[in-house]
Write a protein that binds this ligand. Sequence first.
Ligand code: AMP
Ligand code: ZN
Length: 664
Amino acid sequence: MNIKEQINNLREGLRQHNHNYYVLDNATISDYDFDIKLKQLQKLEEAHPEFYDANSPTLRVGGAITKNFNTVTHDYRMYSLSNSYSKEDLEDWETRIKKLVDGAIEYTCELKYDGASISLTYENGKLLRAVTRGDGYQGDDVTANIKTINSIPLVLKGTYPSRFDIRGEIVLPFEGFHKMNEERIAEGEDPYRNPRNTASGSLKLQDSSEVAKRPLDCLLYHIIGEKLPINNQFESLEKAREWGFKVPPIAKVAKSISEVIEFVDYWNVHRHDLPYETDGIVIKVNNLFQQEELGYTAKAPRWAIAYKFKAEKATTVLNEITYQVGRTGAITPVANLEPVELAGTIVKRASLHNADQIEKFDIRVGDTVFVEKGGEIIPKIVGIDLEKRPLDSLATIYIIHCPKCNSALQRQEGDAKHFCPNIDGCPPQIMGRIQHFISRKAMDIDGLGSETVSLLVKNGLIHNYADLFELAVADILPLERMAGKSAENLIAGVEASKNVPFERVLFALGIRYVGETVAKKLSKHYKSINGLASASEEELINVDEIGEVIAKSVVDFFSLFENNDIINRLKSYGVQLEISEEELSNQTNKLEGNTFVVSGVFIKVSRNELKQLIEKNGGKVSSSISKKTNFVVAGDKMGPSKRTKAEGLGIAIITEDEFLLMIS
Ligand code: AMP
Ligand code: ZN
């Protein structure tokens, strides 16, 4: 046997043992023998670097260090799931989807694993990359860390498609979690709070050998790609298992919602016996063609729904109400609670939302309150135990002055929240706007963290985000904790941000209600800050998906002299305030004013590419057919009910070639 064959044999053998042990839970070799083989392989690989393989089992032990995780755009967006909490919610969902698809509907029921979601891309049977969910469109490339998770195959088995994405959840099973905590306590460190946060924190560790030490697991539930040999969700779980992935055998096909409910009821009790955390059941329409017909809303698939197990409740005492000032000046009252354990974490604070909420529940300091934790990070107060209210308790009087700058608070009609109007002089607003400006999804300025920002503001070096561009190394050096290197990094980071594309700059400006998605929409539509600044409220409302509230907020923003001044300064520094030539030349408005629905399988371009082409050419993509649809681009296997519906409404149904002609 030559060296290459020896190496291949060892790799193949180790892979199989690994699969048996971590995926099938059935060891076929002793740990000792496994280690011997691994060491043999390591030695051979070291001596023969020409046979390097990025997916060798030796890479499981980690070692790669990642300083900055690259941002990667998902080939397919990672959606979230709509939630349901009762039998009635599930029945309503069924009623809604039955209106949209033909024929009987079967459902797959799966556990909703509570961890961190991950998207794995495989090409020619090898793990190409692993990306976190991020904002659903883009996530972080955490491949080096993911490779250390033993239940994720680096090389697939059987017959698999040449390229596909598979999605799952990285979880930290209880046993491993407790073990990690025992070790931490023994070393005098604070234990980790809960498995989910520990799992998701692990993905972003810089040292992959640290990740390798954590007993993480990956449970897969969704395959996505072009022309897959799969007809339904249940089959895709089986295929994933065949290819070597870990897919819990608990999933079941249900023929009706009442069967779904049986599954829910059963697992609501038995989930406590599972080795990992779950927070609900995910119900999916089984048939993939029906899924395709149902499509997506802006946030989630219509073909799936999560049933959330009832949140756990705890009782505690409200010690104090404090008030936070956000970057937009919005005031949020916060309940400071007597610490209490809830669903595995210690809860000290809960959001009280606004003055109306406090008044409605008549919440008072000293009250015994019920707190509940749903999916959100900050728990909610859901009720008060009035019997325990102290006799001398006083009704809460909402503040009328800003807790940070003492300005009289304002509350506009229709607003639930109070605002501090002192935009220019209120420290948390000044700081908050700058912090938002430099944040990762905005200008992503390296070398500038929130501590540095507050240092710069406190020392009077910056007052707004435009001031960042006038900083010089010599200004920063005298500050405490600012070494030469970090000062240079900061200036370089500011300089580099001049390349950030307009849509992100627009988001960075911090206009109220203009989040990432809205900023994208507006930049596509207006193409420059000047275009946007001169738009009237009516014009803005006419832009797709822009409502009154956003329109008003944009107009208000540009009506302030200070804001225009700052924007002019940004322009003079060379910040991107219009979309680039390249983006422009890539775009046409050939399809402007037309809404398209895409259905079926295509030959020349993928469905995803087709959608991108529509948007690049000024058209709009919608996932369901309505009176507003202008064209349906029909591929192979288009759903029959979509066709009937389009025909009924007299909508033009065109082929892939006809579409490509439209934009050529
Ligand atoms: P949420 O974060 O509450 O919107 O729920 C959506 C998330 O549930 C997805 O992004 C997945 O990470 C996670 N999830 C866990 N188990 C499943 C499953 N069996 N099917 C689909 N999603 C799941
Ligand atoms: Zn203030």
